[in-house]
Every structure is written in structure tokens, then in C-alpha cells.
Design a protein around this ligand. Structure first.
Ligand SMILES: Cc1ncc(COP(=O)(O)O)c(C=O)c1O
Length: 426
């Protein structure tokens, strides 16, 4: 969790730390539009440190061979490195080694979980999600509900952009079979009380999936403390490569579930008409995996473990607070998410540095374009959360998001760009 309530006159006192970390990321030294690039779209994907780039290249240059197959040294080395990466990821989220399934990312993890749970739901059962879900944690459940004639129920948000826990209490009932909820909203930045949601689900015997795409990179979470059945996340949002992600599943449940993808690797014995599957976790990893990606994700995890100190968490909190305060000085700018005053509630922190906003004078696409001409990269659109935008009656928002390499100077560059937006359009 990010402590936001330190008393200091400097709005971003740990800035030096981020300035140093920025040097680890080669892309961040490039120019854009004749200006130093300012990358404020880490919610979409983070930049990659040199160590991660090196790890991927080193695998292809020195070890490239398929895993779990060859008996020669190269193949054994590839298998060892791949499985060591799994070990690092398991340790990072406090899971057992067998509970970490490599996938191509959060989207494929959640789709797989929905397919795995499909035989366990029947007509009339209820599946509960929230209105703030990314399409990746909305559509797989919507489609499962359609296939199995289940009822899809949706937990709303409050006017403060938090999850409506009172509504959740009423929506999760004995009919509920699955509860799928994001830990952190990729639009609002809100950190949900997923522990409470999981408790509600457990009380009625429902399976739980947490979308950790935005949480795992920002919080040192432990799955055993959380108590969820599944956790999904992506490597590319935490300094790792694209095309690699994780589906964590509770061992007892994974042992019970049958695979949904068939092919090489997942099978122990195949005959003309039958098959018996491999042990966990390989029973859910059919085909050649993204070996280089997994190895580089292991490196990314080690990198984050080293730099994501308490001081770094304070820095990201300070940066968010600073940006929120500065942005709200602009006329006609609305923050779509917790605004800042909610962030000072003692220990209880409710948001991360994902700030969506609108401006009365300009469309989000125009805002992004002006900022681009200042070398500042932000996202504009519905951020793959159309049901949320429809509920808020906002067609699109602009969004800035921070990660470990962002500095006070980045926020200042953002503000110069936003002031220009006001000059051009107001
Ligand atoms: C909360 C959330 N869930 C799921 C996803 C999908 O992740 P991926 O595209 O890596 O599968 C994202 C991506 O932005 C996200 O922010």
C-alpha cells in the first residue's frame, strides 16, 4: 500500500530515486517531438529495464532450445531457466510453485479460468463481476453466462468511485457461483477491498478470481493472504516482456479441474482414444510456451523486488498526490476517480497513480494529441472499459499513469502540455 500522509514541504521528496531508476530504462532517454520523452502510459504497458532486455536476448543467444523435451545440455538449461522463472514468480506472489501457470497475459489467464470453471456452473447460477472491470474481466464472464444460461450480476460503484460494498453484500447470495473482481481499476485508479469481496464470496461457497493486472505491479500482494481461487496478471505491465502472463490457481482447485487446451506438454500418456494429463502446473500449459518471455519475466520480478522499496511506494504516492493537486488547478478539468482528499484517510489508501480525467474545453483525443506534440505519451479513449464509461455517461477519458521511473519533472511536463490545451481550446 502507498502511504500518502507524510508531512513534508517538498511535494515529491523521493524524486532522486526515480531519476536514478529512469536510467535503467533505455527507451526513456530518447526524444520525441524534439523534447525528452515523457512516458505516462504505464497502465497500458510499462517500459523495460536493460536487465530484462538483456535476459531475453541472452536466452536466444546462448540457450535457445525447447523446454521439457530434449535430453541435451542446451535443452536442460532452457528448462531449468524456465522453471526457475516460475519459482521467482511463485515466491513474488506467495504461491506454491505448482500453482503458477504461464499464459500469454491477463486476458488469456481470465479466459482460461472461465473455461476451467465452465463445467462447475449450471443454468440459473449467478456470476458476479463489477462495473469497473476491464473488458478482459468482463467479457469472458458475460460469454460464460450466455453459454451456460447463468445470470450475470454487476456490482456498481459509489459516487466517490469506490466499489459499492453495500450493494455487493446484497448481490452476492447463495445463488452466486463465481465472483470476479479487479483489485485496481485501470480507469479510476481505485484500489478495491478485494479481501472483503473474497470473504463475501467464500461465505456462499463461490469461486473467486482477482484481476491483478494493475495490482501486482504496484502492491506486494500475497495470494495466500488474499485467499482468492485465481489471480491473473501480465508480465508487460510490470517491466517484463509482452506475451507472457500468469494464472495463479489454488492447488486443491487446480487438481480438481480438467484442462481446456490439449496438445504437447500437458499430457502424460496418450492412446488412440484416451489421454491422461501431466502434473501441475504443466497440465495447463499445452504447446511450446513463451520460454524467453517467462525467463525475462523472472528477471523483471527480481528487478521489481529490488527497487520497489517503501521509499519507492512513497514516491509513487507523492507523485500521484502532486499530479492530482496540480491538475485540479486547471479550469474545467475533472478527475474521474478518487481525487486526493480521500487519499488522506490514515492507513487506508484507496488509489494508485492512474489518473483519468476530462476537460470541458477539449476531447480526450485532442488532449492526447497536444501532449504528444510536447513529447508526453498518455492514453485517451475508453481504456477497454466501455461498460464503466457508459455508466458514467462519459464516452472517453484521458489517462495518465505512473510507474517507478516517473518523476516530478514528468508531471511538470504534463502540466505544460495541459496548460497548452487550455490555451488552444478554451
Ligand atoms: C485491469 C486490467 N485487466 C486486464 C487487462 C488486460 O491485460 P492484457 O492486455 O495484458 O491481457 C488490463 C490491461 O490494461 C487491465 O488494466
Amino acid at each position: 500500500m502507498i502511504p500518502m500522509n507524510r508531512k513534508t514541504n517538498d511535494p515529491v521528496p523521493c524524486n532522486e530515486l526515480a531519476l536514478k531508476i529512469k536510467l535503467d530504462f533505455p527507451l526513456l532517454s530518447r526524444e520525441m517531438a524534439g523534447k525528452k520523452l515523457v512516458y505516462l502510459d504505464s497502465t497500458a504497458t510499462t517500459q523495460k529495464p536493460q536487465v530484462v532486455l538483456d535476459a531475453e536476448l541472452k536466452y536466444y543467444q546462448e540457450t535457445n532450445a525447447n523446454v521439457h523435451r530434449g535430453l541435451y545440455t542446451l535443452a536442460e538449461d532452457a528448462t531449468t531457466q524456465y522453471e526457475q522463472a516460475r519459482m521467482k514468480v511463485a515466491e513474488f506472489i506467495g504461491a506454491q510453485y505448482e500453482e503458477v501457470i504461464f499464459t500469454s497475459g491477463t486476458t488469456s489467464s481470465i479466459n482460461m479460468a472461465a473455461r476451467l470453471l465452465e463445467p462447475l456452473v449450471k443454468e440459473g447460477d449467478e456470476i458476479v463481476i463489477t462495473i469497473m472491470e476491464h473488458h478482459s474481466n468482463f467479457l469472458p464472464w458475460q460469454q460464460l453466462a450466455k453459454r451456460k444460461k447463468c445470470v450475470l450480476k454487476i456490482i456498481p460503484i459509489t459516487k466517490e468511485y469506490g466499489l459499492d460494498m453495500a450493494a455487493a453484500q446484497k448481490i452476492i447470495t447463495s445463488k452466486t457461483k463465481i465472483v470476479a473482481c479487479t483489485y485496481v481499476s485501470n480507469v479510476l485508479g481505485t484500489i478495491n477491498a478485494v479481501g472483503e469481496v473474497i470473504e463475501m464470496a467464500k461465505r456462499v461457497g463461490a469461486y473467486t478470481l482477482i484481476d491483478g493486472a494493475q495490482a501486482v505491479p504496484h502492491m506486494m500482494l500475497e495470494v495466500k493472504k488474499l485467499g482468492c481461487d485465481f489471480l491473473a496478471f501480465s508480465g508487460h505491465k510490470m517491466c517484463g516482456p509482452t506475451g507472457i502472463g500468469v494464472l495463479y490457481g489454488k492447488r486443491e482447485l487446480l487438481e480438481k479441474l480438467e484442462p481446456v487446451v490439449f496438445g504437447g506438454e500437458m499430457v502424460k500418456e496418450a492412446t488412440l482414444h484416451t489421454l491422461s494429463w501431466n502434473e501441475l502446473p504443466w497440465k495447463f500449459e499445452a504447446g511450446t510456451p513463451n520460454i524467453a518471455g517467462a525467463i525475462a519475466l523472472g528477471t523483471a520480478v527480481a528487478y521489481i523486488q529490488e527497487i520497489f522499496t517503501l521509499q519507492m511506494q512513497e514516491h509513487l504516492g507523492d507523485l500521484t498526490k502532486y499530479a492530482l493537486a496540480e491538475m485540479q488547478t486547471l479550469p474545467g478539468l475533472q478527475i474521474i476517480g478518487p481525487r486526493g482528499e480521500e487519499m488522506e484517510k490514515g492507513e487506508k489508501i484507496e488509489r494508485i497513480g492512474v489518473i483519468s480525467f476530462t476537460m470541458d474545453c477539449a476531447h480526450p483525443h485532442d488532449i492526447a494529441e497536444i501532449l504528444n506534440s510536447h513529447g508526453v505519451c498518455i492514453r485517451a479513449g475508453h481504456h477497454c472499459a466501455m461498460p464503466l464509461h457508459t455508466t458514467l455517461a462519459i464516452p472517453a477519458t484521458a489517462r495518465v499513469s505512473f510507474y517507478v521511473y516517473n518523476t516530478k519533472e514528468d508531471v511538470d511536463a504534463l502540466m505544460r502540455g495541459l496548460r497548452r490545451v487550455v490555451e488552444v481550446f478554451a
